[in-house]
Design a protein around this ligand. Structure first.
Ligand SMILES: [Ca+2]
Ligand SMILES: [Ca+2]
Ligand SMILES: [Ca+2]
Length: 206
């Protein structure tokens, strides 16, 4: 009679390794899920803050920031992320002695490296120390979309993971009209980084 071997057999070892693999997979999936969830609530709260900023700008100036600085002031620009840049520029204005938005530095960037003309910088009482035409980014690094209600139905060029794509204001399936009909639309492309005009996993203010 052979002595019964102590320790694990090969089969037992393989079973243990398989179980560890499954558990590790579940763990990383859960972690991915909670990171995604965290991103979504961060985007929601930033959109809420941006909405308040845009609303208080409107109280002072009687109108929301335009969807495009290029059109509003007849300045030349690259027409990429114009709505976001216009929103940032107007919220960064202290022309009336007050600021409309507290920018979180980690979300500010100028992905397309464009600049605001110097006379415009003065005119807006720009709060930044240079003339970079910045965008405000969502937690996944993509600029939010901002569109004034005047421009609903119009196509705009925005960057999606560094590539320009066209977007159009989101429509509601309930009312068959645009969301936020008398205000403005702000949305993030969401965790998948793909703009769906406020649908799919996009995070929007409606
Ligand atoms: Ca631009
Ligand atoms: Ca820019
Ligand atoms: Ca999306």
């Amino acid at each position: 009679m052979r002595n019964k071997q102590s320790g694990f057999t090969l089969v037992e070892l393989l079973v243990v390794i398989a179980i560890i693999g499954v558990l590790a997979g579940m763990g990383s999936q859960m972690m991915g899920f909670s990171i995604r969830k965290g991103g979504i609530s961060a985007a929601e709260s930033e959109i809420q803050r941006l909405t308040l900023g845009v609303e208080s700008f409107q109280l002072d100036y009687g109108d929301y920031p335009p969807s495009s600085m290029e059109d509003e002031y007849e300045v030349t620009g690259n027409r990429l992320d114009s709505g976001n840049e216009s929103m940032v520029a107007h919220l960064a204005s202290r022309a009336r002695g007050r600021s409309y938005f507290e920018f979180k530095e980690e979300y500010l960037d100028n992905l397309d490296s464009d600049i605001l003309a110097n006379d415009m910088v003065e005119q807006m009482s720009w709060v930044f120390g240079d003339n970079q035409l910045r965008e405000y980014l969502d937690p996944w690094g993509n600029p939010y979309v901002y569109i004034h209600n005047r421009d609903y139905g119009r196509e705009f060029s925005v960057s999606q993971e560094g590539v320009p794509v066209m977007v159009i204001s989101g429509t509601s399936t309930k009312t068959a009209t645009f969301h936020e009909p008398i205000r403005f639309q702000i949305w993030s492309a969401g965790p998948d980084g793909i703009h769906e005009n406020g649908k799919g996993d996009d995070v929007s203010q409606w």
